[in-house]
Design a protein around this ligand. Structure first.
Ligand code: UTP
Length: 447
């Protein structure tokens, strides 16, 4: 891109000030700035600015109803498992991981997926995801293509982690990396923020950036060519997730659903999770911060929480639904943050208070567009223990403890008692569940 082209692009969205330090920049800095401007879509900038000017519209959630949430047992469970196994055997299932986040709460230097979470092996988070996919491929003699969304900031390091680990045993031809978009930060007045005289402050466009990125990268077409219909979506920070589990996959297929969600009972009424609610015939995810105290505490006649279930972001999507929604604009969410900026004197300032906005899209905003949505309850102790914070709740310590408790339960179900404090780790390819352990007839215990 030339200077003239950059000027033209910025003019189209009223952001000419981005070039105000041009004269003082070195050749290298100029090149880098032009490259950044080339990635900016003027229409998106205009949309962000409009969202900023309009402010956040208060949405009325008071009429929201709790959705019907299914619990699979007995014959229904058997039917779902059979349908899911058939979907897997026919190669119609893909795994879709969002791993483009910045992981700022954890504060780890590198992609979160490279975080060494293995209780005994220090294996990275990516290891557990990849090995579970491989285990299902081996079990069902199938291929489960693995689509991984990264961001510009962590794409190279993510690919390096897979390469250095021989893709954890997966076939590299079936692993597809693609990057999400980045959006510039803005001041309260809608001006793009420079965090250095020759550099625009940009941040990932949220996990909802997934749809545009799937489309842009050709991943949606790749899924179609491979005959994929069910897309299992999960987040990088939860090594307990049962990727492409037959019961949930089959439940989704039997419900003929566009968007299926696993939900777990909240551990306290004010837990910080999204709550799906029904409005008329459509569903919408309501953030915990948008609920009133009355809604959080409301009880059923049986004394249970009325809005009992929250979403840990474990979904199955219909591929065609994703392809349809990838062509639509998604709502924007604004986050007021501390963003470094260049002051009048051309000096970089690190503010102590929030001073600018980041813009994000959230994947669950497509829920109201689903022609059919389905909700399945599950037990979080078996499938959900995210690594969000460096310490305390949802930290590496709590996650490692939960991983080991799950493995101990697996061992117990296979008839092996394992004392509470004994460290344990099981490679998912060795055994995905207690039945695998029993059929192997031998056990690997490490301490
Ligand atoms: P979180 O909301 O937990 O954000 O992401 P985060 O970036 O990982 O961590 P913090 O908030 O900075 O501490 C939930 C999932 O969505 C992905 C993350 O990688 C994680 O798997 N995500 C988030 C993206 O892929 N892109 C984004 O822009 C944001």
């Amino acid at each position: 891109m030339t200077y003239k082209e950059a000027e033209h692009r910025l003019k189209a969205c009223g952001q000419e000030q981005v070039l105000r330090y041009w004269k003082a920049l070195s050749e290298k800095q100029r090149k880098a700035l032009l490259a950044q401007i080339a990635t900016i879509d003027p229409a998106s900038v205009v949309r962000c600015r409009a969202a900023l000017e309009a402010g956040v519209e208060a949405v009325d959630n008071s009429k929201g109803k709790a959705p019907k949430v299914d619990v699979l047992k007995g014959a229904a469970l058997k039917r779902a498992v059979e349908a899911g196994e058939k979907e897997l055997e026919n190669g119609r299932v893909a795994a879709l991981l969002v791993a483009g986040g910045q992981g700022s709460r954890l504060g780890f230097d590198g992609p979160k997926g490279c975080y060494p979470i293995g209780p005994l092996t220090d294996a990275p988070l990516f290891y557990y995801h990849a090995r579970k996919i491989l285990a299902r491929e081996l079990r069902y003699e199938t291929t489960i293509p693995f689509y991984i969304m990264t961001s510009e900031a962590n794409n190279a390091a993510t690919i390096r982690c897979f390469e250095e680990n021989d893709y954890f045993g997966l076939n590299p031809d079936d692993v597809f990396f693609f990057t999400q978009g980045m959006w510039p930060g803005m001041t309260k007045d809608g001006e793009i923020i420079l965090d250095e005289p020759g550099h625009i402050f940009m941040s990932p466009d949220g996990h909802g950036g997934l749809l545009a990125a799937l489309d842009r990268s050709g991943a949606l077409d790749d899924m179609k060519e491979r005959g994929v219909t069910s897309v299992f979506f999960f987040q990088v920070d939860n090594p307990l997730v049962e990727i492409a589990d037959p019961a949930f996959t089959g439940y989704h297929v039997l419900k003929d659903s566009d968007y299926s969600l696993k939900l777990c009972a909240k551990s306290d009424p004010f837990e910080k999770v999204g709550i799906p609610m029904k409005f008329g015939s459509a569903y919408r995810m309501v953030e915990y911060s948008e609920m009133t105290e009355e809604q959080c505490l409301r009880k059923t006649p049986k004394g249970e929480l009325y809005f009992k279930y929250g979403s840990p972001a474990i979904h199955v999507f219909d591929r065609d639904f994703l392809a349809r929604e990838a062509k639509e604009a998604m709502p924007l969410h604004l986050a007021f943050k501390k963003i470094p900026y260049v002051n009048e004197q051309g000096k970089v300032v690190k503010p102590s208070e929030p001073n600018g906005y980041k813009f994000e899209k959230f994947i669950f905003d497509i829920l109201p567009k689903a022609k059919t949505a389905a909700f399945l309850a599950f037990d979080p102790k078996d499938e959900f223990s995210p690594v969000k914070n460096a310490e305390g709740k949802d930290s590496p310590d709590t996650c490692r403890a939960d991983m080991q408790d799950k493995w101990r339960r697996m061992l117990a179900a296979a008839g092996v008692s394992c004392a509470a404090g004994v460290p344990v780790e099981i490679d998912p390819v060795y055994a995905l569940d207690a039945a695998d352990l029993e059929s192997l007839g031998l056990l690997l215990l490490v301490d």
